[in-house]
Design a protein around this ligand. Structure first.
Ligand code: ZN
Length: 372
């Protein structure tokens, strides 16, 4: 698809920023030996991302996709009724914790339903042809949430719930998810582990979080055997390693699977300045990964590509990574330059290293065994 002819959707809602993760030191609740501070998953990264998209002028040229909340029946396509009811009751009261280090405040249930709704609305807009591609800047994130518990700041699985709802409406039989958040997309993997209708791929820092998930040996089960692909990369991986992982594993896997839609759970915590990840990506890395996925989508599924925001904890840098993705999706280059780009691009070790190449080679063998 040519630049300028692409319609790119954009979803944001102020309420996403009102989800309250409370007081913490990074992610630990304060106590007598932990000084009160700011929770790492706070609104700043997303607010600043949205603000930069506006300041760049790009938001005026995107197609605004409004969304309503998903229903409890929609949530129940993935989550247990017991878990849904438990979160709603705590949210109606004073908030609580969705299981482990996933705090939320009053009203977060409704906001989480809106977050999944924003993701659904974007997928729906892409599948219905209203836009060619698009980005839902939602919060809270979703890719760690399991069927019966929240995890890693995620209450509900935005992408699984949205895909399952969209599948009922549009009848799509083959969807691929490419999760480039620095953490493993365990919730998305779990949702479709036995489902050959969704190929789940996660590129992440090896054994970062959850520390016991995301290995290459996790391939799916039953009818879904072979349709889950993990690409764990060593800490310190940079632009070269991610490009190699995309070219040698992600793209061949997509070509083999032939999806009708590509969905990206998009975190920017593999950036060089992220406080949680130990990777080295910069805005051009995200721009290039987007370009590669767009190329694949053009060939395989008429350009259908939808992204849903996940992690990313550098308030300074997430906006430039996000803008690069949106510029690439829309084919519109704004006049905003990434002030960090030359610094991060020149870090030693950005090129593919031998031990990274070895890890990617092992994952590429798995891509070839996806059932055709
Ligand atoms: Zn993450």
């Amino acid at each position: 698809m040519n630049a300028g002819t692409v319609k790119t959707g954009w979803n944001f809602h102020e309420l996403y920023l009102w989800h309250d993760t409370g007081n913490a030191a990074a992610w630990f609740p304060p106590g007598l030996t932990i000084e009160p501070g700011e929770h790492a998953e706070n609104p700043a990264t997303k607010r600043r991302f949205k603000n930069l998209v506006e300041v760049s002028g790009l938001s005026d040229r995107l197609v605004r996709i409004d969304a309503g909340p998903v229903t409890e029946d929609d949530l129940a396509l993935f989550h247990t009724r017991e878990y849904i009811g438990r979160i709603r009751a705590m949210s109606d009261d004073r908030g609580g914790d969705a299981s482990y280090l996933t705090p939320f405040g009053r009203g977060s249930f409704e906001i989480a339903c809106l977050s999944a709704g924003g993701t659904f609305a974007m997928i729906d807009a892409v599948l219905s042809g209203r836009v060619n591609n698009g980005y839902a800047l939602v919060r809270p994130p979703g890719h760690h949430a399991e069927q019966d518990r929240g995890l890693g700041f995620c209450l509900f699985g935005n992408v699984p719930v949205a895909i399952l709802k969209a599948r009922k409406i549009h009848g799509v039989e083959r969807i691929a998810t490419i999760d480039w958040d620095v953490h493993h997309g365990n919730g998305t993997q779990s949702a479709f582990y036995a489902d050959p209708g969704v190929l789940t791929i996660s590129v992440h820092q090896e054994r970062l979080f959850p520390s016991d998930r995301g290995d290459r040996t996790e391939r799916g089960e039953g009818a879904g055997e072979g349709f889950n692909l993990n690409i764990p990369l060593p800490p310190g991986s940079g632009h070269g390693a991610y490009m190699a992982a995309f070219e040698q594993v992600v793209l061949p896997a997509l070509v083999r699977y032939k999806p009708e839609l590509i969905v990206v759970p998009s975190g920017f915590d593999a950036s060089a300045i992220d406080p949680f990840g130990r990777m080295m990506l910069h805005s051009d890395s995200y721009r290039e990964m987007t370009r590669l996925l767009m190329e694949a989508a053009d060939i395989l599924c008429r350009g259908r590509l939808a992204m849903s925001h996940e992690g990313g904890y550098s308030a300074s840098y997430v906006p430039y990574c996000g803008l690069a993705v949106l510029e690439q999706l829309s084919g519109i280059r704004t006049s905003v330059a990434d002030p960090f780009l030359d610094v991060f691009r020149n870090y030693a070790g950005q090129a593919l290293q031998a031990h990274q190449a070895a890890a990617i080679s092992l994952a590429s063998e798995l891509a070839g065994s996806i059932p055709a």
